[in-house]
Design a protein around this ligand. Sequence first.
Ligand SMILES: C[S@@+](CC[C@H](N)C(=O)[O-])C[C@H]1O[C@@H](n2cnc3c(N)ncnc32)[C@H](O)[C@@H]1O
Length: 270
Amino acid sequence: MSDSPPDHTASFGFRDVPANEKEKLVRGVFSSVARNYDLMNDLMSGGVHRLWKDAMVAWLNPQPRLKCLDVAGGTGDIAFRIAKAARKRGGAQLGKVETGGATDKKIDADITVCDINAEMLAEGVKRAEVLGEKSIGWVAGDAQALPMPDNSFDTYTIAFGIRNVTSIEKALEEAQRVLKPGGRFLCLEFSQVVVPGLDVLYDKFSFHILPKLGEVVAGDRDAYQYLVESIRRFPPQAKFARMIEAAGLSQVKIRNLSGGIAAMHSAWKI
Ligand SMILES: C[S@@+](CC[C@H](N)C(=O)[O-])C[C@H]1O[C@@H](n2cnc3c(N)ncnc32)[C@H](O)[C@@H]1O
């Protein structure tokens, strides 16, 4: 794992690019994969990403009527799970839809998905329509400058999103800012394999098979090459935990998934 690049550059996969260009490059990646994103996730992980996301929401244990923010929420995988879990516990519909006319639909949601990419959000909105899920609000915004007031959410989640931002530190500070005191931070991200032998197999799969799958299924080898490289550049578990603490969040706990291929970091704003 290499050290972070200097301040004026940011890592884009294995390349260091001017920091102010990374956002555009990342946007390009997700605009390109948005239509195939959900299918590709299943193919690439053999469906295991679903178990990881289930584990995240099980650990979050969302209660009804909490205000939940899912950042870099893309097509809504985490938000749909939170809605389902909270509804199961409360037995009631979350949020409400107020219709002030066919074109003036206002959603007062308990769950907000925020993502920088309109194409990813649009896929999420389509899924919500198909599922009849009305408890989720969809907001375009940058994890590093969230369009939300201070102290406004009970939970902040981010799944496979934070490694894509230009400044992880800024995104963590924003998480701390928007959480209410007593609020919960939970991050799911690819991490460092901790099982000897698994790392070799995982490397072979990542560098040889994944980009090929991206090329054949999504017609975009580069996007999936970026995915693999960005995973390798992301700080390992303990270092990321220290970054979370440095942003002012407390009681950081780590849970590895699939031998550290992914990991969850939980923390609280106190
Ligand atoms: C790998 S996807 C994860 C989507 C979803 N959380 C999931 O687990 O399926 C990464 C998402 O991060 C979003 N993203 C990248 N940079 C971002 C930023 N600076 N602010 C907010 N979202 C960002 C991308 O648009 C993309 O939707």
